[in-house]
Design a protein around this ligand. Structure first.
Ligand code: NAI
Ligand code: MG
Length: 484
C-alpha cells in the first residue's frame, strides 16, 4: 500500500500543471480514522495559493485547453476514466485509509468515478444549442458556453464520487477547475489529479489546493476570478458560500444533505425493502448526503419492519476500514462527537437495536455503534436534524396524507422513496414528495451517475449528475442575426 500512487506527493498542490508546496510551506496533518494514527502531511493552502490556481485556470481557458474541440475533451476524459480503472485497488486503499470507509465501499466509489468520466466523456460533444424560429429576416440560435473558471469545494465523505460528478461535468463543458478538497480527506483528490495529468489533461485545466475551509475554501468562494462555485457540505458553510458568491454575482450549486425518508405502505414487499431500508442508513457509516435516516411505516406493518431492521442492526459489525466490515469508523473524532451528541439526544426514545464495534477495533479509531431508534415523534430532533452517522429512526403512520405530511415535514428535501405495490399511489407520491429524487420500490439505485441529483429547501439547489449537470456547468448565449 502506498500513499503516493503514481508518485503523487500528498504535501503538494497542483497549480498550472506543476506540483508545488503552498507559498507558506505550512502543512496540516491527515489522520487515519480507523486507528487515530497520523497518515501524512498535506499542504495548507491559503488565499495566495488559491490566487495562483485561479490564475492558472484562467490561463488554461485562454490557452490549449480552451481551444480543444469538444470531442478532444471527451477523449481526454475517457482516457482519465480508463486510467482510474487501471488503479482501482490503489485508489480504493487510499480512500479507505483516509476516510475510514470499508474497502468494498471505497472500491465502489472508484468505479463510480470511472463511470462519471466515461459518461461525461461521451457527453462532451453532444450538448448543443438550438435554432429558434423568430421574425421574418432573422436567424436565431443558441450557443452553450463554459462559465470559465469553476470552483469546487468538496467534503470528505465521498471525495471520488463528488469529484466525478462535479469536476467531470465541468471539464466536459470546457471549464477549468480549481478544486479545494476537505482537510479531513484529500488523498484521492490529489491522486486523481495526478492520474488526469498522466492521461494528458492540459496544464491548468484542473488545479488542486488542499487546505482549511476557513482559509483556502473561503478564498476560493470569494475569488473574483471564479465564475461558478459548486459546493457539497454543511448547510452553514453552504450559506457562507452563497453569500461570498453573491459579492461577484456568481452562480452556485449547493448540495447540503438531508433527512431523507423511506415510506413503507401496507401493501409493500417488506422482504424486498428491508436491505434498502437499512443499507441506506448505514452505508459509509451514515455519512452520506442522501442517507435515509427516517423510515416511515404504516402501522399495520410497523412491528414487522422494526423487527426486520432490528435483526439486521444486531448483525452489523463496525471496525477498521481494511477489515472491510459493514461499517467503518466515522471520519474523525469531531464527527464521532457530533454523532454521539445526537445519540444522546435520543435518551427519551427506545433503542430498537444496535450493531457492535468489533473487539479488536483500535482504541484510537472514531467508532460508533450503529443505532436504530423507535418511538420518535416526527418533531423530535432525531427525526428533524441531519445526524451524518449510522443512526435511523422508525416512525409509524396511519394514512397516506399523514405519511406525506411527515415525509415533507423537515427543512430538507433531497431524496425519498415509496414502498408500495399500488401504481397509482406511486405516481401520486412521486409528485407530492418534496425531494430532488424519488425512488419507487428501491432506494439509491446504485449511485446513479446518469440520474440528475440535488435538493430543495435546506438540501440546496442546482443539479449535478446526468446531462443536467452539463447545463449547470455552462451558460446559454442567444445569437439573433437580422439578415433580411
Ligand atoms: P463543512 O461544510 O465544514 O466542510 C465541507 C467542505 O467545505 C470542506 O472542504 C471544508 O474545508 C469546506 N469549508 C469549511 N468552511 C468553509 C468556509 N468558511 N468557506 C469555504 N469552504 C469551507 O462540513 P464538515 O464540518 O466537514 O461536516 C459538518 C456537517 O456537515 C456533517 O456532520 C454533516 O451534517 C454535514 N456534511 C454534509 C455533507 C454532504 O454530503 N451534504 C458532506 C460533509 C458534511
Ligand atoms: Mg466544518
Amino acid at each position: 500500500m502506498t500513499l503516493r500512487p503514481l508518485g503523487m506527493d500528498p504535501a503538494l498542490c497542483l497549480i498550472g500543471g506543476a506540483w508545488t508546496p503552498p507559498e507558506s510551506r505550512d502543512t496540516l496533518e491527515l489522520r487515519n480514522p480507523s486507528d487515530g494514527s497520523t497518515l501524512c502531511a498535506i499542504a495548507r493552502g491559503r488565499a495566495v495559493d488559491i490566487d495562483r490556481a485561479v490564475e492558472a485556470a484562467g490561463a488554461a481557458i485562454r490557452g490549449a485547453w480552451g481551444r480543444l474541440p469538444n470531442f478532444e475533451r471527451g477523449r481526454i476524459l475517457h482516457r482519465i476514466g480508463q486510467a482510474v480503472l487501471e488503479n482501482v485497488e490503489a485508489l480504493a486503499e487510499l480512500e479507505a485509509l483516509d476516510v475510514g470507509k470499508p474497502l468494498k465501499q471505497a472500491r465502489a466509489d472508484v468505479l463510480a468515478l470511472a463511470r462519471y468520466m466515461e459518461f461525461y466523456a461521451g457527453a462532451a460533444d453532444k450538448i448543443h444549442g438550438a435554432t429558434i424560429p423568430y421574425l421574418d429576416g432573422y436567424t436565431v440560435y443558441t450557443l452553450r458556453e463554459p462559465h470559465g473558471v469553476t470552483g469546487h469545494i468538496i467534503p470528505w465523505n465521498y471525495p471520488m464520487q463528488i469529484i466525478g460528478r462535479s469536476v467531470g461535468a465541468a471539464l466536459a463543458m470546457g471549464n477549468a477547475c480549481v478544486l479545494k478538497p476537505a482537510e479531513e480527506a484529500c488523498l484521492t483528490a490529489l491522486a486523481f489529479a495526478r492520474i488526469a495529468q498522466e492521461a494528458g489533461l492540459p496544464d491548468g485545466a484542473l488545479n488542486v489546493v488542499p487546505g482549511l475551509g476557513s482559509e483556502a475554501g473561503a478564498a476560493l468562494a470569494a475569488h473574483p476570478g471564479v465564475h461558478h462555485i459548486s459546493f457539497t457540505g454543511s448547510v452553514g458553510v453552504g450559506k457562507l458560500i452563497q453569500m461570498a458568491a453573491a459579492e461577484h454575482v456568481v452562480p452556485v450549486t449547493l448540495e447540503l444533505g438531508g433527512k431523507s425518508p423511506q415510506l413503507v405502505f401496507e401493501d409493500a414487499d417488506v422482504e424486498a425493502a428491508l436491505p434498502f431500508l437499512t443499507n441506506a442508513g448505514i452505508q459509509n457509516a451514515g455519512q452520506t448526503c442522501s442517507a435515509s435516516s427516517r423510515i416511515l411505516v404504516h402501522r399495520s406493518r410497523y412491528d414487522e419492519v422494526l423487527a426486520g431492521m432490528a435483526d439486521r442492526y444486531g448483525a452489523l459489525r463496525a471496525g477498521p476500514a481494511m477489515a472491510d466490515l459493514d461499517v467503518g469508523p466515522l471520519v474523525s473524532d469531531r464527527q464521532r462527537e457530533i454523532v454521539e451528541g445526537f445519540i444522546a439526544k435520543g435518551a427519551d426514545l427506545e433503542i430498537a437495536a444496535r450493531g457492535v464495534v468489533v473487539a479488536d477495533a483500535p482504541a484510537g479509531g472514531a467508532y460508533v455503534s450503529p443505532t436504530l431508534f423507535t418511538g420518535a415523534a416526527p418533531e423530535h430532533s432525531l427525526a428533524q436534524e441531519e445526524v451524518f452517522g449510522p443512526v435511523q429512526v422508525v416512525i409509524p403512520f396511519d394514512t397516506e396524507e399523514e405519511a406525506i405530511s411527515i415525509a415533507n415535514g423537515t427543512a430538507y428535501g433531497l431524496v425519498a422513496s415509496v414502498w408500495s405495490a399500488d401504481g397509482a399511489r406511486q405516481m401520486r407520491l412521486a409528485r407530492k414528495l418534496r425531494a430532488g429524487q424519488v425512488f419507487l420500490n428501491n432506494y439509491g439505485a446504485g449511485g446513479g451517475v446518469e440520474l440528475p441529483f440535488g435538493g430543495t429547501g435546506l438540501s440546496g439547489h442546482g443539479r449535478e449528475k446526468g446531462f443536467e449537470a452539463l447545463y449547470g456547468f455552462s451558460t446559454l448565449k442567444t445569437v439573433a442575426a437580422l439578415h433580411g
